[in-house]
Design a protein around this ligand. Structure first.
Ligand code: GDP
Ligand code: MG
Length: 309
């Protein structure tokens, strides 16, 4: 039995993916190589997700009262291998905790320790929450690269300004509490990297795992008229550079694939009427990467099964 864990900050597209995958598994509208094998305890929750997805409605945000774990049990039709997909439908705090307070929810920690593979979500339809060096270059102009003059040391004026070692200014302590560092406002990538580090840090012993990076809302990433466009790998390397470099630098621990996924098929509510016109709902779904069939969201899951091609 292979155990997979779904990971991602709030709004990274987890619930929509699960709703669409659930529909693919039960509706049998397009051929996929996985099938459901048994009902799960969270059947009612999965039904509600699927119904919202069928109605082209956005998924509800997780509230404290509805927090919980969703489980999908499936089987590979060709190899008969069993797979449990564990989806913590928790609010964002659970994934942020390792980076923000140095602790991890006990159930989440156990699931991370047990997981043979991870599906990690990040949403392409989201403003970057961190400025990239490239963006700074756009703001400052290319002249900044030609600056040959040696930097003059910052003038010391300890009465008015505290200066960090990198030269940036900080407000004097207590004067501007609003500008104080708030761990929960750290960028998504920082939180995800710290979360992944927990999997290979004591008290756990490190081991190599498969990780499928799912770039959700892939429909918003531009393609040209021929349908060619940026690959999911390139998008990941340029738009999530810290996470991408962390995984690459630790390739002894992470066996990685990147997929672009449109589980909803478009933006809601803008594209609702167009999506409703798609006669076979499963055909709203698109996935790209590693030879996945057009609508087959199960491709990254099958890759994580033993003996997968
Ligand atoms: N354009 C587009 N937006 C999507 C897609 N899937 C999810 N979204 C949007 O991404 C946001 C977060 O989705 P959700 O599944 O609720 O994320 P969760 O908080 O990680 O469970 C919502 O605003 C969705 O409408 C998609 O395939 N295309
Ligand atoms: Mg959700």
């Amino acid at each position: 039995m292979t155990s997979l864990l779904v990971v991602g900050m709030p709004n990274s597209g987890k619930s929509t993916f699960i709703a669409a995958l659930r529909h693919l598994l039960v509706a049998d509208e397009v051929a996929i190589d996985l099938c459901s094998i048994e009902l799960s305890e969270s059947e009612g929750h999965l039904n509600r997700l699927e119904n919202r997805w069928l109605d082209c409605e956005e998924m509800e945000r997780t509230k404290p009262a509805t927090e919980g774990w969703v489980e999908l049990k499936v089987q590979d039709k060709r190899t008969y291998a069993h797979l449990t997909l564990r989806i913590p439908d928790l609010r964002g705090e659970a994934f942020e905790q390792p980076a923000c307070i140095g602790q991890c929810d006990a159930d989440l920690f156990d699931a991370l320790a047990d997981a043979d593979g991870i599906l990690l979500f990040t949403n392409a339809d989201r403003e970057d929450d961190a400025l990239l060096i490239d963006d700074l270059l756009d703001l400052l102009g290319p002249d900044i690269l030609d600056a040959n003059e040696p930097e003059s040391p910052p003038e010391e004026d300890s009465e008015t300004i505290n200066t960090l070692s990198n030269g940036s200014e900080v407000a004097p302590a207590g004067e501007d509490a609003e500008n104080a560092f708030k761990p929960e406002e750290m960028p998504e990538e920082v939180k995800l990297v710290e979360f992944l580090q927990v999997a290979n840090r004591r008290p756990l012993s490190s081991r190599r795992r498969k990780i499928a990076i799912i770039i959700s809302a892939w429909d918003v990433v531009g393609t040209n008229v021929k349908g060619d466009g940026i690959t999911a790998e390139l998008w990941f390397a340029t738009r999530r550079p810290m996470l991408s470099q962390f995984i690459e630098a630790n390739s002894d621990l992470w066996d990685t694939r990147v997929y672009g996924v449109s589980a909803q098929g478009g933006r809601l509510p803008e594209d609702k009427s167009a999506l409703e016109k798609v006669r076979v709902p499963s055909k709203r779904i698109r996935i790209v990467g590693h030879g996945a069939a057009e609508h087959d969201l199960s491709a990254p899951l099958r890759w994580m099964l033993p003996l997968a091609d």
